[in-house]
Design a protein around this ligand. Structure first.
Ligand SMILES: Nc1ncnc2c1ncn2[C@@H]1O[C@H](COP(=O)(O)OP(=O)(O)OP(=O)(O)O)[C@@H](O)[C@H]1O
Length: 547
């Protein structure tokens, strides 16, 4: 909500101007009705001036209406544009742990569905505002026609609004339920797309996904949506009924009992019939606005961090000297004690130019340690420091600037970044490495991008390594990089590429299971259920079973 308030604050002048022009447009509409009503009663004095006045009012109505709608539409679309960009900036500025905990379906839904829902609500808001002003002006006209009947009208309005509020609450609860199901649905959509091979092979799995995972969630969502819309349809009919109750009362009081003047009755009926449109426009907008509110609450519940800034860090990355972990502990947030994974205490120091291997069984904490060393995770206790500078919220970006990494779940970008953002000689270097990585016949470097990333897993990892080489950071972290490579290329990696990096003064931390190449490393550490121990490859087996 704070985000929305900020965005509305930025648009305050536009909003004020649009309210003024909407008010002018609404007043002109009512002025036209009043003029017609008065002319019906008194007749036209002089055709020329009457036509001039009527034409002038029409022109004013058209101009003020167009200006107000133009301003209001701009406010709506600009808000959506800014909301979208700010949300992405916030996702980029949020800690990795939070993003991992939220999971992609929730974030994806917020960026696509929720923003669109808020957009729809915003598109309704200007129209409702305009029609709200029209309604208020119409009510003022009614009060001017007859105060007692206006009081009665207010009573009828209170009946309508009372039901609106009651149903609005119920509808909001239903829409919240629909929104929660959306995340579950997206999860199943992801499974249907990402699990295409497994699903393609197994009829039973397809059946399970469709009948037991997708269908129950989709039908619960359908039931809640139908209920919400039905309740609102009842409300719309109730409002129509109230309008006719009002007209009927007016008619019988005027015509039947002779309590109201003919001119008042005609003026009132004209005004009520005219106001039916703004009333139904406003009521039609209410469900969309409720949905928008629910979507905004879903965005708020993500509790994203501050927006990322793209300014250069105060301090540029320094030549790497040492990475030190002192008494570091880590525990993933939100895990119950029974299943929590505990890493640490870890004490470790890595100096410039070293080639370090980290080995260990599955789930022993190698990737977690890698994310702690690179500054993507903050330790739960203890200190991670680079060149003697402790890692904290203030230094985290500077810390991360020293590392280039390929994690097990890496994402391959097509854009190639040069060293420190420099692009001089980049093309020649990219082509050199495409050749060395055996990809020159598959991939080209065009306009600063790789021509394709649709390759085999091993080839994609080679391209990821190429991107790292081009960025030329100080410390390279490779999480089981060679696992997908063929034996020939594995040899090239351990006996050519790693030594070359070392010779160029780079520091390399490689998580590996390749015990054939352990002699390449300067030092090897083994992780055992979150505990780091020195590993002597001459006497030990890296994957011995520990109980
Ligand atoms: N995002 C996460 N949230 C909660 N727990 C996690 C998360 N990622 C990993 N874990 C837990 O942390 C432990 C260590 O995981 P990690 O990925 O660091 O192991 P690893 O040694 O790299 O394993 P592998 O060799 O299988 O890649 C695991 O037991 C896992 O249950």
């Amino acid at each position: 909500m704070r985000l929305l308030r900020e965005l509305l604050h930025n648009a305050r002048w536009r909003i004020l101007l649009s309210i003024l022009s909407s008010a002018l447009s609404a007043a002109t509409s009512i002025g036209l009705i009043g003029y017609i009503n008065r002319s019906l009663e008194h007749g036209l004095d002089d055709l020329g001036p009457a036509l001039l006045l009527f034409g002038g009012l029409l022109l004013l109505l058209f101009i003020s209406g167009v200006i107000s709608q133009w301003l209001l539409v701009q406010i709506g679309h600009r808000l959506v544009y800014q909301l979208r960009l700010r949300l992405v900036a916030k996702v980029l500025g949020t800690a990795l742990e939070r993003i991992e905990r939220l999971g992609s379906p929730r974030i994806y839904n917020a960026l696509t569905k929720d923003v669109t829902t808020v957009a729809t609500a915003f598109k309704q808001l200007p129209i409702s505002l305009y029609n709200g002003l029209l309604l208020l002006t119409g009510l003022a006209y009614m009060a001017w026609l007859s105060v007692p009947f206006f009081v009665l009208t207010l009573g009828v309005i209170a009946l309508g609004v009372g039901l609106d509020i009651l149903l609005g609450r119920k509808i909001k609860a239903l829409m919240r339920a629909v929104r929660q199901r959306d995340d579950q649905l997206t999860e199943q959509f992801e499974a249907a797309i990402d699990g295409r091979c497994e699903l393609g092979l197994s009829r039973e799995r397809r059946h399970l996904l469709y009948r037991h995972r997708l269908e129950p969630v989709a039908s619960a969502s359908l039931a809640a949506s139908v209920r919400a819309d039905t309740l609102w349809a009842v409300n719309l009919n109730w409002t129509t009924l109230l309008v006719f109750v009002l007209i009927g009362t007016l008619f019988f009081l005027g015509q039947g009992l002779g309590l109201l003047d003919q001119q008042v009755v005609v003026g009132y009926v004209l005004a009520i019939m005219f106001l039916r449109t703004p009333i139904s426009v406003i009521l039609d907008a209410v469900p969309a606005v409720i949905r928008g509110h629910v979507a905004l609450q879903a965005i708020d519940a993500l509790a994203l961090g501050e927006s990322v800034t793209f300014t250069e860090p105060e301090q540029a990355a320094a030549p790497f000297r040492e990475l030190r972990l002192s008494n570091v502990h880590y525990r993933y947030p939100g895990q119950s004690d029974d299943f929590a994974f505990q890493l640490g205490p870890i004490d470790l120091s890595i100096r410039r130019g070293e080639l370090i291997f980290v080995v260990g069984g599955n789930g022993s904490g190698k990737s977690t340690l890698a994310k702690l060393m690179t500054g993507l995770y903050q330790p739960s206790a203890g200190t991670v420091s680079l060149n003697g500078v402790p890692l904290d919220g203030r230094t985290s970006e500077w810390h991360r600037e020293h590392f280039a990494a390929i994690f097990a779940d890496f994402y391959l970008f097509a854009d190639v970044l040069g060293e420190g953002g420099q692009h001089d000689g980049l093309e020649a270097r990219v082509e050199h490495y495409l050749e060395r990585l055996g990809l020159a016949h598959k991939v080209q470097f065009v306009d600063g991008r790789l021509s394709t990333t649709a390759l085999s897993q091993g080839q994609r990892k080679r391209l990821a390594l190429l991107l790292l080489m081009m960025e030329d950071r100080e410390v390279f972290l490779l999480d089981e990089w060679a696992a997908d490579q063929d034996p020939v290329f594995r040899h090239v990696f351990y006996h050519e590429l790693l030594p070359e990096l070392k010779a160029a003064g780079k520091t390399v931390i490689a998580i590996t299971h390749d015990d054939r190449y352990f002699d390449v490393a300067d030092r090897i550490y083994r992780l055992d259920y979150g505990q780091l121990v020195h590993y002597d490859h001459a006497t030990e087996s890296p994957f011995q079973l520990t109980s």
